[in-house]
Design a protein around this ligand. Structure first.
Ligand SMILES: *Cc1c(COP(=O)(O)O)cnc(C)c1O
Length: 224
């Protein structure tokens, strides 16, 4: 399938989910996750009108970044970032979706030459296999991050559990939204926290209904 065709289907579904939840599709950013695909397919994605791209591994990120210097792309790093790799990439990243520990915040602060917009990754479902801060520790974590002046917490990110249970997925997204609102209401200057990065190929419509502002779509947009 061409990316433009996939994109049209996704946009139709976004419109429907927005209608259900009285939201404006313009408030939703589609991040095209290109981790599975080639540079050619990534160029096709940009040509289709997707200017926010996400990668979860450093090697893939750097390869695509270097090849697409001239393209007008906002780069999202959505995978786990090892502290020792921060210096190689951090200034190339427009948004980091995986801030999950203070030692990483410290390293970013040391290496970045500008403010880095970060989502705090939250392990809402508390699955052992998942990265992220536990929900009841997020506020404290964000307060602790204040000491690192190059970090701005723009929102929260989560991954839904692997399950067919739509109600469970919905409840995870809802909990993330409630947590985001709690933090937003603190009016912390270093943590405006207006955004919610949640929803992937199989659950983005539920995520939108629950308030997602950034959806991360790989398989259904660009293929695997
Ligand atoms: C791979 C990945 C995605 C996209 O997954 P799809 O199911 O292919 O849409 C989104 N977010 C993260 C963190 C990922 O690693």
């Amino acid at each position: 399938m061409k990316v433009v065709e996939n994109l049209q289907k996704i946009k139709d579904k976004i419109a429907a989910a927005c209608k259900t939840s009285s939201r404006n599709p313009e408030d939703i950013t589609i991040i095209g996750v290109t981790k599975y695909v080639t540079i050619e397919r990534t160029k096709e994605t940009i040509a289709a009108g997707i200017h926010n791209l996400g990668e979860n591994r450093l090697e893939g990120f750097i390869e695509k970044y270097d090849c697409l210097q001239d393209a007008n792309v906002h780069w999202h790093f959505i995978g786990t970032l090892q502290s020792r790799k921060v210096k190689n990439v951090i200034d190339k990243v427009d948004m980091l979706h995986s801030l999950d520990r203070l030692s990483l915040a410290k390293e970013i602060n040391k290496r970045a030459t500008k403010t880095i917009d970060c989502f705090v990754q939250v392990n809402v479902s508390e699955e052992e296999s998942k990265h992220g801060i536990k929900a009841d520790e997020v506020l404290r974590f964000i307060q602790d991050v204040k000491q690192y002046e190059r970090i701005r917490v723009v929102g929260l990110m989560t991954m839904a559990p692997h399950t067919e249970d739509k109600q469970l997925i919905r409840s995870v997204f809802r909990q993330l939204r409630e947590l985001k609102e709690t933090i937003e209401h603190q009016h912390l200057s270093h943590a405006p926290c207006h955004y919610l990065s949640m929803g992937m190929s199989n659950d983005y419509e539920i995520a939108i209904e629950e308030g997602a502002t950034h959806i991360r779509i790989g398989t259904k947009l660009v293929g695997k």
